[in-house]
Design a protein around this ligand. Structure first.
Ligand code: MG
Length: 164
C-alpha cells in the first residue's frame, strides 16, 4: 500500500509580453505586460496543478490538457487546477496544503497575495490557511529579473483519505 502522505512539486514559466492580461492564481493584476501562452498562462495555477498531479504520480498539466488541443485555447487555468484537484480526490487523496513562490520583477504581487490565496483556496476547496503564496524578485537577474518572464514553483501535500 502506498504511503499515507504524498508530496508533489510543480514549476512553470511564461514569457511576459505587452497587451496580455496579467492573471495569477485567478486574480487579474494591473500590468502593462502579461504572461503569453495558449491558455490564460496563469503560472501559479499551472505550477500548483503540476504539484497536485505530481503528488499522485499522474504526469503533468500538458499531458491532461495539451496546448495542441484547441479546447484549451484561452482556458481559465483555475478550471484546470480544479480538475487536477478533482483527479486527486477521485483517487482517494485529500489536499492538505500547498505552498508556492512566484518570481517576477514587476508588477508587485504583494498587495494581491490575500486575494490570490483566497482564490486558490476556493478552487481547491481548502482553507485559506492551507494556501501559502509568496512573491519574490530575482534582483534583476535572469529572465524573471529583466522583465522577460515570470516563474512559479509550488509544492502540494496530499493525504490518502480512503483506499480507492
Ligand atoms: Mg504554463
Amino acid at each position: 500500500m502506498s504511503a499515507a502522505w504524498r508530496i508533489g512539486y510543480g514549476f512553470d514559466a511564461h514569457r511576459l509580453v505587452p497587451g496580455r492580461p496579467f492573471i495569477l492564481g485567478g486574480v487579474t493584476i494591473p500590468s502593462e505586460r502579461g504572461p503569453f501562452g495558449h491558455s490564460d498562462a496563469d503560472v501559479l495555477a499551472h505550477a500548483l496543478s503540476d504539484a497536485i498531479l505530481g503528488a499522485c504520480a499522474l504526469g503533468d498539466l500538458g499531458l491532461h490538457f495539451p496546448d495542441s488541443d484547441a479546447r484549451w485555447k484561452g482556458a481559465d487555468s483555475m478550471h484546470l487546477l480544479a480538475a487536477c484537484a478533482g483527479m486527486a480526490r477521485e483517487r482517494g487523496y485529500a489536499l492538505g496544503n500547498v505552498d508556492a513562490t512566484v518570481v517576477v520583477q514587476a508588477p508587485r504581487i504583494a498587495p494581491h497575495i490575500v486575494a490570490i490565496r483566497t482564490s486558490v483556496a476556493s478552487v481547491l476547496r481548502i482553507e485559506i490557511d492551507a494556501v501559502s503564496v509568496k512573491a519574490k524578485t530575482s534582483e534583476g537577474m535572469g529572465y524573471t529579473g529583466d522583465g522577460t518572464g515570470i516563474a512559479a514553483y509550488a509544492v502540494a501535500c496530499l493525504t490518502r483519505s480512503k483506499v480507492p
